[in-house]
Design a protein around this ligand. Structure first.
Ligand code: SAM
Length: 287
Protein backbone atom coordinates (compact mmCIF):
# COMPACT_ATOMS: atom_id res chain seq x y z
CA UNK A 1 0.00 0.00 0.00
CA UNK A 2 1.14 3.47 -0.78
CA UNK A 3 2.46 5.23 2.32
CA UNK A 4 -0.32 7.74 2.14
CA UNK A 5 -3.85 6.56 2.65
CA UNK A 6 -6.04 8.94 0.70
CA UNK A 7 -8.66 8.66 3.44
CA UNK A 8 -6.55 10.83 5.76
CA UNK A 9 -8.24 14.26 5.77
CA UNK A 10 -4.90 16.04 5.21
CA UNK A 11 -4.14 13.85 2.17
CA UNK A 12 -7.61 14.31 0.65
CA UNK A 13 -7.35 18.06 1.18
CA UNK A 14 -3.92 18.10 -0.46
CA UNK A 15 -5.09 16.14 -3.54
CA UNK A 16 -8.19 18.27 -3.94
CA UNK A 17 -6.24 21.54 -3.59
CA UNK A 18 -3.38 20.55 -5.91
CA UNK A 19 -5.84 19.64 -8.66
CA UNK A 20 -7.98 22.73 -8.07
CA UNK A 21 -10.96 20.38 -7.70
CA UNK A 22 -14.32 21.94 -6.85
CA UNK A 23 -16.90 19.61 -5.29
CA UNK A 24 -20.19 19.31 -7.16
CA UNK A 25 -23.21 18.82 -4.95
CA UNK A 26 -25.25 17.79 -7.99
CA UNK A 27 -22.96 14.73 -8.38
CA UNK A 28 -23.24 13.74 -4.72
CA UNK A 29 -19.55 14.43 -4.15
CA UNK A 30 -18.88 13.82 -0.47
CA UNK A 31 -15.53 12.08 -0.13
CA UNK A 32 -14.84 9.67 2.72
CA UNK A 33 -12.22 10.86 5.24
CA UNK A 34 -12.76 8.35 8.07
CA UNK A 35 -10.33 5.41 8.03
CA UNK A 36 -12.36 3.30 10.49
CA UNK A 37 -15.45 3.48 8.31
CA UNK A 38 -13.38 2.70 5.23
CA UNK A 39 -12.00 -0.42 6.96
CA UNK A 40 -15.51 -1.55 7.88
CA UNK A 41 -16.68 -1.20 4.27
CA UNK A 42 -13.78 -3.22 2.89
CA UNK A 43 -14.07 -5.87 5.60
CA UNK A 44 -17.81 -6.29 4.95
CA UNK A 45 -17.13 -6.94 1.25
CA UNK A 46 -15.04 -10.05 2.14
CA UNK A 47 -12.69 -9.68 -0.81
CA UNK A 48 -9.82 -12.06 -1.53
CA UNK A 49 -7.37 -12.78 -4.36
CA UNK A 50 -10.10 -14.43 -6.43
CA UNK A 51 -12.41 -11.45 -6.09
CA UNK A 52 -13.45 -8.70 -8.43
CA UNK A 53 -14.69 -5.35 -7.13
CA UNK A 54 -16.93 -2.95 -9.00
CA UNK A 55 -16.89 0.54 -7.55
CA UNK A 56 -19.38 3.21 -8.51
CA UNK A 57 -18.04 6.74 -8.17
CA UNK A 58 -14.38 6.41 -7.11
CA UNK A 59 -13.98 10.16 -6.48
CA UNK A 60 -10.26 10.71 -5.86
CA UNK A 61 -9.71 6.97 -5.35
CA UNK A 62 -9.96 6.70 -1.54
CA UNK A 63 -11.89 3.43 -1.44
CA UNK A 64 -10.48 2.30 -4.79
CA UNK A 65 -6.97 2.23 -3.31
CA UNK A 66 -8.07 -0.25 -0.63
CA UNK A 67 -10.01 -2.33 -3.16
CA UNK A 68 -6.91 -2.60 -5.36
CA UNK A 69 -5.03 -3.97 -2.34
CA UNK A 70 -7.72 -6.51 -1.46
CA UNK A 71 -9.11 -7.76 -4.80
CA UNK A 72 -7.68 -9.26 -7.95
CA UNK A 73 -9.36 -6.85 -10.36
CA UNK A 74 -11.13 -3.55 -9.74
CA UNK A 75 -13.34 -1.59 -12.13
CA UNK A 76 -14.47 1.87 -11.08
CA UNK A 77 -17.16 3.74 -13.01
CA UNK A 78 -16.87 7.52 -12.65
CA UNK A 79 -19.16 10.08 -14.31
CA UNK A 80 -17.11 13.20 -13.58
CA UNK A 81 -14.40 13.61 -16.23
CA UNK A 82 -12.56 16.12 -14.00
CA UNK A 83 -11.57 13.22 -11.72
CA UNK A 84 -9.85 11.10 -14.38
CA UNK A 85 -6.50 12.93 -14.11
CA UNK A 86 -6.69 12.80 -10.32
CA UNK A 87 -7.33 9.05 -10.34
CA UNK A 88 -4.47 8.47 -12.78
CA UNK A 89 -2.17 10.05 -10.25
CA UNK A 90 -3.55 8.63 -7.00
CA UNK A 91 -3.83 5.05 -8.32
CA UNK A 92 -0.65 5.07 -10.44
CA UNK A 93 0.95 2.25 -8.49
CA UNK A 94 -1.82 -0.27 -9.21
CA UNK A 95 -2.00 -2.47 -12.30
CA UNK A 96 -5.32 -4.07 -11.40
CA UNK A 97 -7.61 -1.08 -11.86
CA UNK A 98 -9.69 -0.09 -14.86
CA UNK A 99 -11.46 3.27 -14.75
CA UNK A 100 -14.58 3.48 -16.89
CA UNK A 101 -15.60 7.07 -17.63
CA UNK A 102 -19.39 6.84 -17.73
CA UNK A 103 -22.65 7.41 -15.92
CA UNK A 104 -23.21 4.07 -14.21
CA UNK A 105 -26.88 4.19 -15.20
CA UNK A 106 -25.80 4.25 -18.87
CA UNK A 107 -22.99 1.73 -18.51
CA UNK A 108 -23.16 -1.71 -20.13
CA UNK A 109 -22.47 -3.66 -16.95
CA UNK A 110 -22.77 -7.17 -18.47
CA UNK A 111 -20.08 -6.18 -21.01
CA UNK A 112 -17.85 -4.86 -18.20
CA UNK A 113 -18.29 -8.12 -16.33
CA UNK A 114 -17.48 -10.14 -19.42
CA UNK A 115 -14.34 -8.14 -20.18
CA UNK A 116 -12.89 -7.57 -16.71
CA UNK A 117 -14.34 -10.05 -14.25
CA UNK A 118 -14.25 -13.34 -16.12
CA UNK A 119 -14.21 -16.18 -13.56
CA UNK A 120 -14.09 -13.86 -10.54
CA UNK A 121 -16.55 -13.54 -7.66
CA UNK A 122 -17.65 -9.94 -7.86
CA UNK A 123 -18.76 -7.52 -5.17
CA UNK A 124 -20.03 -4.00 -5.67
CA UNK A 125 -18.34 -1.76 -3.12
CA UNK A 126 -19.12 1.95 -3.15
CA UNK A 127 -19.84 5.18 -1.38
CA UNK A 128 -22.81 5.95 -3.60
CA UNK A 129 -23.87 9.34 -4.94
CA UNK A 130 -27.08 9.76 -2.94
CA UNK A 131 -29.12 11.47 -5.66
CA UNK A 132 -29.21 8.20 -7.63
CA UNK A 133 -28.99 5.48 -4.96
CA UNK A 134 -32.26 3.74 -5.75
CA UNK A 135 -31.86 3.63 -9.56
CA UNK A 136 -28.31 2.30 -9.15
CA UNK A 137 -29.30 -0.44 -6.69
CA UNK A 138 -32.31 -1.39 -8.81
CA UNK A 139 -30.12 -1.56 -11.93
CA UNK A 140 -27.64 -3.86 -10.16
CA UNK A 141 -30.44 -6.16 -9.02
CA UNK A 142 -32.63 -6.16 -12.12
CA UNK A 143 -29.76 -6.86 -14.52
CA UNK A 144 -29.23 -10.07 -12.52
CA UNK A 145 -25.47 -9.62 -12.59
CA UNK A 146 -23.51 -12.50 -11.09
CA UNK A 147 -22.77 -10.67 -7.84
CA UNK A 148 -21.71 -12.03 -4.48
CA UNK A 149 -22.62 -8.99 -2.48
CA UNK A 150 -23.22 -5.28 -2.61
CA UNK A 151 -21.67 -3.17 0.15
CA UNK A 152 -22.65 0.45 -0.16
CA UNK A 153 -22.77 3.69 1.78
CA UNK A 154 -26.22 5.20 1.42
CA UNK A 155 -28.38 7.73 3.22
CA UNK A 156 -29.32 6.23 6.60
CA UNK A 157 -33.01 6.50 5.86
CA UNK A 158 -32.58 4.57 2.60
CA UNK A 159 -30.61 1.80 4.36
CA UNK A 160 -33.44 1.49 6.86
CA UNK A 161 -36.00 1.24 4.08
CA UNK A 162 -33.97 -1.49 2.36
CA UNK A 163 -33.78 -3.58 5.54
CA UNK A 164 -37.31 -2.85 6.86
CA UNK A 165 -39.65 -5.66 7.87
CA UNK A 166 -43.44 -5.57 7.23
CA UNK A 167 -45.58 -3.44 9.50
CA UNK A 168 -43.69 -0.16 9.71
CA UNK A 169 -43.51 3.08 7.79
CA UNK A 170 -40.10 2.21 6.30
CA UNK A 171 -41.38 -0.97 4.60
CA UNK A 172 -42.25 -0.39 0.95
CA UNK A 173 -41.43 -1.22 -2.66
CA UNK A 174 -37.68 -0.72 -2.11
CA UNK A 175 -37.66 -3.10 0.90
CA UNK A 176 -39.46 -5.75 -1.11
CA UNK A 177 -37.27 -5.45 -4.21
CA UNK A 178 -34.05 -5.53 -2.17
CA UNK A 179 -35.23 -8.44 -0.01
CA UNK A 180 -36.49 -10.39 -3.02
CA UNK A 181 -32.97 -10.48 -4.49
CA UNK A 182 -30.76 -10.14 -1.39
CA UNK A 183 -30.37 -10.48 2.37
CA UNK A 184 -29.75 -6.97 3.72
CA UNK A 185 -27.76 -6.21 6.84
CA UNK A 186 -26.90 -2.74 8.14
CA UNK A 187 -23.17 -2.74 8.87
CA UNK A 188 -22.77 0.59 10.63
CA UNK A 189 -24.12 4.09 10.96
CA UNK A 190 -21.90 6.88 9.70
CA UNK A 191 -21.86 10.46 11.00
CA UNK A 192 -21.72 13.51 8.73
CA UNK A 193 -18.18 14.22 9.97
CA UNK A 194 -16.86 11.17 8.07
CA UNK A 195 -17.05 13.09 4.78
CA UNK A 196 -15.49 16.06 3.03
CA UNK A 197 -17.55 18.15 2.57
CA UNK A 198 -20.01 16.93 5.25
CA UNK A 199 -23.43 16.05 3.77
CA UNK A 200 -26.52 17.32 5.58
CA UNK A 201 -27.92 13.81 6.09
CA UNK A 202 -26.81 10.83 8.16
CA UNK A 203 -25.47 7.78 6.37
CA UNK A 204 -25.21 4.03 6.87
CA UNK A 205 -23.22 1.26 5.28
CA UNK A 206 -25.45 -1.61 4.18
CA UNK A 207 -24.46 -5.05 2.97
CA UNK A 208 -26.76 -6.85 0.54
CA UNK A 209 -25.86 -10.52 0.29
CA UNK A 210 -27.12 -11.58 -3.12
CA UNK A 211 -29.35 -14.67 -2.94
CA UNK A 212 -28.76 -17.62 -5.26
CA UNK A 213 -32.52 -17.81 -5.75
CA UNK A 214 -35.06 -15.05 -5.04
CA UNK A 215 -36.53 -15.08 -1.51
CA UNK A 216 -39.88 -16.28 -2.86
CA UNK A 217 -40.73 -18.28 -5.97
CA UNK A 218 -43.31 -16.68 -8.25
CA UNK A 219 -44.70 -17.67 -11.64
CA UNK A 220 -44.22 -14.17 -13.10
CA UNK A 221 -41.81 -11.77 -11.38
CA UNK A 222 -42.94 -8.80 -13.52
CA UNK A 223 -46.49 -9.27 -12.24
CA UNK A 224 -45.16 -9.66 -8.69
CA UNK A 225 -43.43 -6.24 -8.86
CA UNK A 226 -46.42 -4.57 -10.59
CA UNK A 227 -48.62 -5.90 -7.82
CA UNK A 228 -46.33 -4.61 -5.07
CA UNK A 229 -46.16 -1.19 -6.71
CA UNK A 230 -49.94 -1.04 -7.01
CA UNK A 231 -50.44 -2.01 -3.36
CA UNK A 232 -48.21 0.87 -2.21
CA UNK A 233 -49.57 3.47 -4.66
CA UNK A 234 -51.45 5.15 -1.82
CA UNK A 235 -50.16 3.88 1.49
CA UNK A 236 -53.29 4.67 3.48
CA UNK A 237 -55.65 2.86 1.14
CA UNK A 238 -56.60 -0.78 1.59
CA UNK A 239 -55.12 -3.39 -0.72
CA UNK A 240 -58.48 -3.88 -2.39
CA UNK A 241 -58.82 -0.17 -3.21
CA UNK A 242 -55.23 0.15 -4.38
CA UNK A 243 -55.50 -2.92 -6.59
CA UNK A 244 -58.78 -1.79 -8.13
CA UNK A 245 -57.30 1.63 -8.92
CA UNK A 246 -53.73 0.77 -9.88
CA UNK A 247 -53.23 -2.80 -11.06
CA UNK A 248 -52.16 -3.05 -14.70
CA UNK A 249 -53.65 -4.66 -16.73
CA UNK A 250 -56.88 -3.84 -14.91
CA UNK A 251 -58.83 -6.61 -13.13
CA UNK A 252 -62.44 -6.39 -11.98
CA UNK A 253 -63.35 -6.35 -8.28
CA UNK A 254 -64.53 -9.99 -8.25
CA UNK A 255 -61.26 -11.23 -9.75
CA UNK A 256 -59.26 -9.26 -7.18
CA UNK A 257 -61.41 -10.49 -4.28
CA UNK A 258 -61.08 -14.09 -5.48
CA UNK A 259 -57.28 -13.76 -5.70
CA UNK A 260 -57.11 -12.24 -2.22
CA UNK A 261 -59.17 -15.12 -0.89
CA UNK A 262 -56.94 -17.72 -2.59
CA UNK A 263 -53.89 -16.02 -1.08
CA UNK A 264 -55.54 -15.84 2.35
CA UNK A 265 -55.16 -12.05 2.51
CA UNK A 266 -57.88 -9.88 4.03
CA UNK A 267 -58.91 -7.18 1.48
CA UNK A 268 -58.96 -4.48 4.18
CA UNK A 269 -55.26 -4.83 4.98
CA UNK A 270 -52.74 -2.21 3.86
CA UNK A 271 -49.79 -2.89 1.58
CA UNK A 272 -47.24 -2.26 4.31
CA UNK A 273 -48.51 -5.22 6.37
CA UNK A 274 -47.95 -7.96 3.75
CA UNK A 275 -44.86 -10.16 3.80
CA UNK A 276 -42.98 -11.15 0.64
CA UNK A 277 -44.56 -14.60 0.93
CA UNK A 278 -48.05 -13.08 0.94
CA UNK A 279 -47.24 -10.91 -2.08
CA UNK A 280 -45.98 -14.02 -3.85
CA UNK A 281 -49.19 -15.96 -3.11
CA UNK A 282 -51.28 -13.04 -4.30
CA UNK A 283 -49.24 -12.58 -7.50
CA UNK A 284 -49.59 -16.27 -8.34
CA UNK A 285 -53.35 -16.09 -7.71
CA UNK A 286 -53.57 -13.28 -10.29
CA UNK A 287 -51.63 -15.01 -13.07
N1 SAM B 1 -15.69 6.86 -3.57
C1 SAM B 1 -15.34 8.21 -3.20
C2 SAM B 1 -15.19 8.30 -1.69
O1 SAM B 1 -15.72 7.44 -1.02
O2 SAM B 1 -14.57 9.24 -1.23
C3 SAM B 1 -16.35 9.22 -3.71
C4 SAM B 1 -17.79 8.99 -3.31
S1 SAM B 1 -18.88 10.32 -3.71
C5 SAM B 1 -20.12 10.08 -2.46
C6 SAM B 1 -19.79 9.80 -5.15
C7 SAM B 1 -18.98 9.66 -6.42
O3 SAM B 1 -19.86 9.21 -7.47
C8 SAM B 1 -18.33 10.94 -6.96
O4 SAM B 1 -17.03 10.65 -7.38
C9 SAM B 1 -19.22 11.33 -8.16
O5 SAM B 1 -18.54 12.08 -9.13
C10 SAM B 1 -19.62 9.96 -8.67
N2 SAM B 1 -20.88 9.92 -9.44
C11 SAM B 1 -21.97 10.70 -9.30
N3 SAM B 1 -22.95 10.32 -10.13
C12 SAM B 1 -22.48 9.23 -10.81
C13 SAM B 1 -23.04 8.39 -11.81
N4 SAM B 1 -24.29 8.55 -12.25
N5 SAM B 1 -22.26 7.40 -12.32
C14 SAM B 1 -21.00 7.20 -11.85
N6 SAM B 1 -20.43 7.97 -10.90
C15 SAM B 1 -21.16 8.97 -10.38
Amino acid sequence: MTEKRLVLPSVTRDVVTRHGFQFKKSLGQNFLIDGNILDKIVEAAELDEGAGALEIGPGIGTLTQELCEAAQQVVAVEKDGRLLGVLKETLSEYGNIHIEHNDVLEADLPAIFEKWFHGLEVSVVANLPYYVTTPIVMKLLEEKLPLRNIVVMVQREVAERMAAKPGGKDYGTLSIAVQYWTEPEIVTRVPESAFMPAPNVESSVIKLKVRKEPAVQVKDDKLFFHLVKACFAQRRKTILNNLQANLQPKRDKETILAALETAGVNPTRRGETLSLEEYALLADALV
